[in-house]
Design a protein. Structure first.
Length: 204
């Protein structure tokens, strides 16, 4: 899973100054991509607004009301912990700086466009062996399923697969994961995609 931040390290100054002030991050933890949201294939951007105070703390941390709720909460939780190097207040250096931090939550997009080709070659025996190392609850996070979700998200044109339909197919794939693993356990020489939902299999 990937998380990106394009946090603006300069601020639009408040009443005390009309210039730009460079901010030096001291501790800016990244937000955690909520696992259920990631598994569901939901991506998004959250533009967090905050004020950085002269003592390096942050305050008035907010997210747009129309932001995806789980992603917004993850972004807010992280940003509330942010700290910057403090500065002395003066006529040129205001007591607080307003900052907009755009945070983008994305599924992994590292597999190549043709990631479907290696996915289609995975043998059930290999998938079963990997699944045997994890509790059933974590099967959904096996690389094969992560890559499939990423492939559906980043490698298929929106004109071919609407976002709504993509999320439906990812939800169906996620529900079928235990069944896919169990059927693979019974058919070790088969290719794993044979047991994927038909609609997903047709897109690979």
């Amino acid at each position: 899973m990937r998380w990106f931040v394009a946090a603006v390290l300069w601020g639009v100054c408040g009443v005390l100054s009309a210039g730009e002030v460079f901010l030096i991050p001291a501790d800016n933890p990244k937000p955690m991509y909520p696992r259920p949201t990631y598994r569901a294939g939901i991506e998004g951007e959250v533009r967090v607004s905050l004020f950085v105070n002269a003592d390096g703390t942050v305050s008035q941390v907010t997210a747009p009301k129309d932001a995806q709720p789980e992603l917004a909460e993850a972004a807010l939780t992280a940003v509330r912990q942010w700290r910057y190097e403090p500065w002395e207040v003066s006529a040129e250096r205001p007591a607080r700086i307003e900052v907009i931090a755009p945070m983008v939550f994305r599924l992994d997009d590292t597999p190549p466009v043709h990631a479907n080709q290696p996915l289609k070659k995975v043998r059930c025996a290999d998938l079963s062996r990997m699944a045997s190392r994890y509790m059933e609850y974590f099967w959904i996070d096996l690389p094969m399923f992560n890559w499939t979700r990423s492939y559906l998200t980043h490698s298929i044109s929106p004109s071919q697969l609407s976002d709504e339909r993509r999320l439906e197919l990812i939800a169906k794939l996620n529900r079928d994961v235990p069944s896919i693993i169990r059927r693979c356990n019974s058919h070790p020489s088969s290719r794993a995609v044979r047991f994927f939902p038909r609609e997903v299999r047709e897109l690979l």
